[in-house]
Design a protein around this ligand. Structure first.
Ligand code: AMP
Length: 207
């Protein structure tokens, strides 16, 4: 199978050519059509399998098709966070943000990454400028929500990446608090290399 066979819009196909990707990896072949059609997804996959592109590509396409069909001009005030990706570490969050930037380089969507351990100033400036896709670690996200910098009430697509690592790192309380604030109607994607009980319980409660 080739990326051409996945019904991707031209700006994304062009970005994948720029990245020199020839064909989708097995998880991309399975996940991309499923996410494009709006279904929830549980992906058992480790780093190195191409799992980031497996969710980033269809999220970018779903969001951009709405923007293309939306006649209203998207401005700072009308832009909402419509895709939220939670990652356990700052390094992974940054890497995911870079992937969205790379595959979305020919689209007009804005991606921002927020994580703890650094001053929040640059992050809040970026948030104020308007964001479509937010990649976050759970603690900093809750912090910024409580300070009023972030609203997640317009999220349509939610990704929990490396869920087993989040469980190991004791982040599930925070993750559950975040999920409780998301709109009921949304598309969920959960990726985990292993499926310990805590993760499978969460899977059955959200997917
Ligand atoms: P990930 O599993 O998401 O951490 O991705 C692992 C690496 O594979 C990253 O460096 C990606 O840039 C790369 N990658 C993802 N999808 C493809 C693909 N279809 N072809 C070639 N490289 C890819």
């Amino acid at each position: 199978m080739l990326f051409e066979d996945l019904n991707l819009i031209m700006p994304i196909q062009k970005a994948l050519k720029t990245e020199k990707y020839d064909k989708p990896t097995p998880i991309q072949e399975k996940a991309i059509p499923s996410i494009l059609s709006g279904r929830d997804l549980l992906g058992c996959a480790q780093t190195g399998t191409g799992k980031t592109a497996a969710f980033a590509i269809p999220i970018l396409q779903n969001l951009s098709s709405e923007i293309l069909s939306d006649e209203r001009k998207i401005t700072r005030d009308t832009r909402h966070i419509r895709a939220l990706i939670l990652a356990p570490t700052r390094e992974l969050a940054i890497q995911i943000g870079e992937s969205f930037e790379a595959y979305g380089r020919y689209l007009r969507l804005k991606t921002t990454v927020v994580f703890g351990g650094v001053s929040q100033r640059r992050q809040t400036d970026a948030l104020r400028a308007g964001v479509d896709i937010l990649v976050a670690t759970p603690g900093r996200l809750l912090d910024l929500i409580s300070q009023g910098y972030i609203s997640i009430h317009h999220v349509e697509m939610f990704v929990l990446d490396e869920a087993d690592r989040m469980l190991d790192m004791g982040m599930f309380q925070d993750v559950k608090k975040i999920i409780a604030q998301l709109p009921e109607e949304r598309q969920n994607m959960l990726f985990s290399a292993t499926m310990p009980q805590g993760v499978s319980q969460l899977v059955s409660s959200i997917l």
